[in-house]
Design a protein around this ligand. Structure first.
Ligand SMILES: CC(C)(COP(=O)(O)OP(=O)(O)OC[C@H]1O[C@@H](n2cnc3c(N)ncnc32)[C@H](O)[C@@H]1OP(=O)(O)O)[C@@H](O)C(=O)NCCC(=O)NCCS
Length: 306
């Protein structure tokens, strides 16, 4: 039966969500989450594959904002390997037409946040391989149960160490904004932290912890006790989100990051959450803090070449 590939429309949502949730069993989405993931940006295009009007797959792709070289596949759902390769080929054509020369699959942190491609989906993995993508790294999400959470001995030692280093960790307050703005400037200029972490309005509270050393902010951590959705990436109810977080490179290794993490855990627990989730984690930092990996997903890359 020939396959038809067409741009997804809002009217397709019921079929798309049915198809997605049947195939993507580790990443099920609500209709609202899918609608946001597919249609929240004009730069994002979703293509749907149908056989005899039956939906068999979906690919999402997004072009870079300022005509950059890298386009992203934000999501790929496919009933089998041929559907996956076919959808990828169509998405690549679309990205090529926009001047993209490299495609990265499922490492897109903007909106729509990429749900990632869990390596357990064998047909999708095979589809990426067959389409000439290289598996360049794995990313992880982690979680912590907050029910009995108290700062651990590791965290208490880190807090003492950071205090001896002259750092104080405080919840966000309006009078810190000036120092945070300066901090963002330093972080951007130094390249210590990814520029994408400082999107507009990032210094707004209240769900932020700030590390101060004298007059200067040297680190921050955001958290959200009531996230609006995880884009199908996390299934626990009553979970808050942690991140992003960062400490300026010159001040790392003194316990500051661990103190901010402990502070945020307590704040989210006090807000009534039972779980705390963090996406795209720097896993070695979280392991001694007793977090566990709850999801792993593959990042794929392909140079489209001339
Ligand atoms: C992760 C980060 C916030 C930790 O801040 P910090 O102030 O250095 O944290 P602490 O001093 O409390 O503890 C750091 C511990 O994690 C370890 N760690 C951090 N990143 C690590 C990495 N990539 N690989 C191995 N270990 C790492 C440190 O070696 C240190 O271990 P130690 O206590 O045995 O010395 C900081 O390294 C940072 O800003 N990194 C870049 C941004 C980032 O990765 N953010 C987290 C994304 S989820």
């Amino acid at each position: 039966m020939p396959r038809a590939i067409a741009q997804a429309r809002t009217a397709d949502l019921p079929d798309l969500i049915r198809c997605w949730n049947q195939i993507m069993v580790y990443d099920t989405m609500s209709r609202q989450e899918m609608s946001r993931a597919l249609f929240c940006s004009e730069r994002h295009t979703a293509l749907v594959a149908r056989v005899d009007s039956h939906t068999v797959g979906l690919v999402g792709c997004i072009v870079p904002e300022a005509g950059g070289p890298t386009g992203h596949i934000t999501m790929l759902c496919a009933a089998d390997e041929p559907v996956a390769t076919d959808l990828l080929a169509h998405a690549e054509d679309l990205l090529l037409g926009e001047g993209v020369s490299r495609v990265v699959a499922s490492e897109y942190g903007g909106s729509p946040l990429a749900p990632g491609t869990d390596p357990r989906y064998a047909p999708i993995r095979a589809g990426f391989e067959r389409a000439g993508y290289r598996h360049i790294r794995d990313l992880e999400d982690m979680e912590l149960c907050l029910t009995d959470y108290e700062p651990t001995p590791h965290q208490q030692r880190a807090i003492e160490k950071a205090a001896a280093y002259g750092v104080e960790v405080r919840p966000w307050s309006p009078e810190l904004v000036r120092r945070l703005t300066r901090f963002a400037g330093v972080a951007r200029a130094s390249g210590h932290l990814p520029a994408g972490w400082f999107w507009e309005g990032w210094e707004q509270g209240p769900n932020m912890v700030v590390a101060l050393r004298g007059e200067e902010a040297v680190g921050y951590a955001r958290y959200d006790p009531a996230p609006r959705g995880f884009y199908g990436r996390y299934h626990r109810r009553n979970a808050g989100a942690f991140g992003p977080t960062g400490v300026l490179a010159d001040h790392r290794g003194h316990g500051v990051g661990t103190w901010m993490l402990a502070h945020a855990c307590l704040a989210v627990k006090r807000a009534g959450c039972e779980w705390l989730w963090a996406g795209w984690t720097n896993t070695p930092f979280y392991i001694p803090n007793e977090w566990a990996v709850c999801r792993r997903y593959a990042v794929w890359q392909k140079d489209l070449g001339g």
